[in-house]
Design a protein around this ligand. Sequence first.
Ligand SMILES: NC(=O)C1=CN([C@@H]2O[C@H](COP(=O)(O)OP(=O)(O)OC[C@H]3O[C@@H](n4cnc5c(N)ncnc54)[C@H](OP(=O)(O)O)[C@@H]3O)[C@@H](O)[C@H]2O)C=CC1
Ligand SMILES: CC(=O)[C@@H](O)[C@H](O)COP(=O)(O)O
Ligand SMILES: [Mn+2]
Length: 399
Amino acid sequence: MTDTRRISIMGSTGSIGTSALDVVQHANAVGDVRFEVCALAAGSDAELLARQAIACSAEIAIIADESRLPELKERLAGTRIEAAAGDAAIEEAASRPVDRVLAAIVGAAGLHSTLSAVRAGNDIAIANKESIVCGGRLILQEARKAGVKVLPVDSEHSAIFQCLGDGRQLDQLTITASGGPFRTASLSEMRSASPQQAAAHPNWSMGIKNSIDSATLMNKALEFIEAGFLFGTEGERIEVLVHPQSIVHGMAHFTDGSVIAQLGAPDMRTPISYALGWPERIATTVDRLDLGAIGRLDFEPVDAERFPAIRLAREAYSHGAGATTVLNCANESAVSAFIAGQCGFLDISWAVEETLNGYFAGSMSGMACDTLEEIALLDDYSRKVAADLLEKARSRVGG
Ligand SMILES: NC(=O)C1=CN([C@@H]2O[C@H](COP(=O)(O)OP(=O)(O)OC[C@H]3O[C@@H](n4cnc5c(N)ncnc54)[C@H](OP(=O)(O)O)[C@@H]3O)[C@@H](O)[C@H]2O)C=CC1
Ligand SMILES: CC(=O)[C@@H](O)[C@H](O)COP(=O)(O)O
Ligand SMILES: [Mn+2]
């Protein structure tokens, strides 16, 4: 008998969203698991959103940018697909009953819809790591209350989830980092790197924000915190290891000395299919791993001087949920400035560190961050502080 799953995809027009729709289309074609799509949501790309909604016969398509609603409506005219716009409409759509909501909006902007889905009792396949880094405590608390599962999509966390078994006798977790495009670059090369160079990931095809985070290793910093929240692990028991081939995605170390690793081609369709299909596995068209052809798998420690992000993540995570929110939102602000040509590549981690130091020394330090109000307060504060720091640095050098 075919297992039918009803899903919604928040962030359907992005890298994760389009890979997810590919997984869905293939699964429906081969009949492993049948997916029915309830809601698709996007930021501003009304054209792609409408095409996707028509292709998968979604029930509703929602665009965050309200000015694009007329275009969305026009493109969906003559279909039975509902069109809506705005953040509140996305939250409402995320709460419609489904078996799984794929949270694939980029940035802390995804937090509200994820929370809305959880509160409505929908299981979550979570790609949107920033919402966990900012609102991990709140999301997991609400998930426990509502009895919903939070299934990891991020490749490293999916790997660990696949390796954990019942989680007993766990000693340590490892998340791997490709090292990004500047793994072997000098500090002076990194100082003058352009957004285009920073976004050129050696192994993965991803949205620009995640790609630039990979280049600073801030992606791994966010993932370190994400692993801490998702698996309830202390920072001391999470290792970050550079692995340039991106074949081993994560490992679980057990007290008897066994280490279980998950391997796969660097293609997000595998972890997406695992989270959407769990506890079943769904067939995908991902390239089969040929270790003979790959030949070798290398591992090396993180260079803390060129990549301070991991140290910052350890400090923030040990300080508490407020600090992880500050780290994330300062980073979002600095990455936007870097993409806009308003700061240099190394300024991203510098601005995050300075914003964190200001927070540690200030009156908001130690905030629990288990309400949306507190998260919003720190989100706003950190973005402003990081943007001001970068603005001042720019005017000092006359840029
Ligand atoms: N790409 C990857 O391989 C991986 C990504 N992730 C995480 O998954 C998330 C998505 O990443 P990725 O797919 O690369 O990102 P993309 O930038 O490719 O896509 C982002 C998606 O979010 C939508 N969006 C942006 N802002 C808003 C908003 N305010 N409200 C509603 N929708 C919005 C975009 O819509 P529009 O197209 O209209 O702008 C798009 O659908 C991120 O949190 C990332 O860290 C995790 C692991 C791997
Ligand atoms: C695909 C995925 O999960 C990304 O988050 C990946 O981890 C990025 O590669 P880096 O290891 O370079 O950060
Ligand atoms: Mn990842």
